[in-house]
Ligand binder design. Sequence first.
Ligand SMILES: Nc1ncnc2c1ncn2[C@@H]1O[C@H](COP(=O)(O)OP(=O)(O)O)[C@@H](O)[C@H]1O
Ligand SMILES: [Mg+2]
Length: 1004
Amino acid sequence: MTPIMASHKNSTFTSSSCSTDVVTNSTLVVPVTSAWSWFLLKVNCLQHFGVEAVLRCDCCVINMVQMEEAKVSCLSLLTYHRELLVSRLRSIQCILDNLLAGGFLCEEDVEIVQRTVTKTDQVRKILELVQCKGEEACEYFIFIIYNVHDAYIDLQPWLKEINYQPSKEVTVMKVVNTDPISRYCAKLRHDMNRDTSFIMSYGQKEETRLEDLYTDTVMEVLNNCNESLGFLESLDQLLGDNSVFNPQGEIIYVMGDAGVGKSILLQKLQNLWSQKELQTDTIFFFKFRCRMFSLFKDTDQISLRDLLFKHSCYPDHDPDNEIFDYILRFPEKVVFTFDGYDEIQEHVDLMNVPEVVSPEDKASPLQLLISLLCGKLLKGSKKVLTARTGIEIQSTVIRKKVMLRGFSPAHLKVYIDLHFKEQEHRDLVSVQLNASPYLCGLCSTPLFCWIVFKSFRHLHTMHDSFHLPDTCVTLTNIFLLLSEVFLSRLASPAPSLLKKSTRCTSETFTAGLRPLAAFAKLALQSMERGSFICNQEEISACGLTEEDLPLGFLRPVSEIDANGSPATFEFLHVTLQSFLAAFALVLDEQAAPSSILKFFTECSRKRQQFCLPVDFCISSSSRSSEKKPFAPNEHLQFTNLFLCGLLSKINTGLMGHLLSPVLLRKKQALLKSYLSTSVRSHLQGLPHHSASDGKVVHVLSNFLWMLRCIFETGSKDIAQMTAKGITAEFIKLGYCNIYSGDCTALNFVLQHRKKLLGVDMDNNNISDYGVMQLKPSFCKMTVVRLCVNHLSDSSIEILAEELCKHKVVKTLGLYNNHITDAGAKLVAQIIEECPKLRNVKIGNNKITSVGGRYLANAIQKSTSIFDVGMWGNSIGDEGAEDFAQALRNHPSLTNLSLSANGITSKGGKCLAEALKENKVLRIFWLVQNELTDVSAPHFAELIKANTGLSHLWLIGNQFTVDGMRHLAEALTHNTELKEICAKGNQLSEEEEKEFQSEKRLRFH
Ligand SMILES: Nc1ncnc2c1ncn2[C@@H]1O[C@H](COP(=O)(O)OP(=O)(O)O)[C@@H](O)[C@H]1O
Ligand SMILES: [Mg+2]
């Protein structure tokens, strides 16, 4: 943009977005633009000051000579827009400071302004003063508003309107942003940056810069019913408007399993914002951890202002309370992050939340939190809330749902490279990981990955022969490894690089028993209190000394006490606290041995739930507390799991060094007997029902924890008993949040199963690693349902190998995975070679006509196939032709869906013709294809042939009323068809009425 009066020293008048301003002699030609009205205003203004303006059709000619003399100026702008400025200019501090520093005002002037009572009068006074001081002062005044954008956000539209461009002269002048809001914002960013730059652990030595280790994880966006809407590609998209399923909701809900990286994701988001690297117009960013809200006393009452300023970031310079006012006026400029809702959900459920909390009211901190989350306070602010998978909140307040899925194989590779600087280590770790799909599965959870890698690095440096644990490593082993690393810090001096010591795990644990037992006691006590934070007294009471703290189990919580040392601590991760609590139960020689079972008892007291999708849609507020889902007790479940691991046979050697062998055996026996009994009664208590697949049982999420525990015990007996105890022929594990690691546990039990079993694992997070783990169990599976599980072709390779070997499979569900034509070829092989296979669901994959041909050919040869679902692939007309071929005289295929496959009338014609020679197909889905009237006569022929087809789905095609007439007429010759669904074609409502008498032709 070119200033109109480019030669005018003090001018701020500029043309609107002109591309070709032409200056000829003293005449300026400005094309008329959208700011035409503003220009008229300017002209008015010019005339007001005695300037002659000449307008000529589409351009304006201004006599520059006269304008030069007129000195149209910022001064006049301030006069002209005085009232607007008075009403919109709110923050005067920064203006005064800069005018003073620039020498345009003196101290006395400032005092005069400050003595004025109301804000508007103060602004009037300033305007008066700067106008008195002359043009330069006025120009500088506007420049301050322009420069300190955030503080004068209300005036930015005005600057745009007058098309303000600072002159060269004024741009060299310094403006210091002393506006309270901007300063506060800078402080927020500074503090946020300080707090988020490191992944916290105990002591500086251990800390890693976030940017050195942060690796993207898989962020899947879900809708209200937890169906996938795709993936987020960057954190910028988290706050953005894409994939919002409920625009009225305000919470961006981030879910994920323990250790999957929810807290780190928030930390990265905060860190990016602190460095202005997040694409957002957020001015204020407040981060809270939910566990902090349970630290307040029951009687504590605080206001929203206290919550923001005292418990997050204090504004140092805000005499007029501008910051809080601004936050209330522009809540959409505020982002909150609340980490770990699962940690307080129990408290929230018990709380009686009042309907409305005003910004000025004092309330309990928890009430404030809920009011913020529900949008009763600061409506319009953005809120990111994290919680463990399975925690339900009212779906009406959720705006967007993101499920964290951990590291993909590609992420894992990046993480290896970040974690290990030496190529030799990278290679070693990659080779060892590749050899163990189970370990890979575990390492898709960043926390477990971090532990494994940290242990590897440490133990590999200390000892020559250290390898990553291979098959059948349990979670307990992983946490034992971490403890070993921490405790080995007690060994002094550090071993020299040349002389590596031999690793002796039991020695390390025996030497570290005192602090280990003390940490364990602390963990257990806090857990019994339902707390995740411990203070100095509690730490000392457990016998921990200052020297013990740097071992690494604890880390400081950011609050600092009066002496400058951290006042409170928490365990590195809540799962580590669970692990140590289990250790305490094992080590305790005082309490009755049966007390090891206390958390089992507590967990089983809670009502158990079906793992059905419907659960996700129930609001927590409508539940009474005893109906609470199992998930909030997850830390107790983890304690039980670790207890099983610590008391397992393989750890007897180690544990025997830490407590009396007699007591150890006693505890082992107790646990085993408890597990056997509870598994038995659990399995008997499972609700069964009969279905076409035989006796079906819906498994509870508790069953999954049971499987995990059994795997940790490593007990063959219990596994065998469990396998036998499943009396149903079909178990449903859908929507149970099974991840790849769980498949090892499932396999551990199923391998002992003698009878065949159908297993529905739809809608979990099994991935290729999980399928690899299940390999030995496929031989028994009659139903293999793995829909929506992030499987690629490599999973299908395993399935093809196993299923074709054993030939017992009847149902294969692979809907909504990442299967390509290569995978389709393998599925075709399964169809061809498995004589009992009746149902194949392979829709929503990436199958083209190439894969379509393999499948069609295989289906053609199969005499058992009954139902095939191909919805949402892209086989096109070529694929349709191949399927037509397969359908001709097919002996068994009864249901077929080729919906949403890009099939036009060409393919439609082939299908219709072939179907005339088919006596078995009953339901045919061709929804959402591109069929037009061209194919209508062929479908009419098919209808007339009265083949036995009973349902024809043609929803969402391109038939018009003409095509429909063919079908309607044909129906009069047909006795078999029950309905043709034709909704969503190209017929008007009027036209649809024409077919009212043909009830079988449906448009609704
Ligand atoms: N995106 C990531 N990149 C690198 N490391 C991660 C990432 N996410 C998690 N981690 C590691 O896993 C640990 C646990 O993550 P955290 O965010 O605390 O899990 P959650 O909050 O889901 O339980 C972190 O301390 C860190 O070491
Ligand atoms: Mg967390």
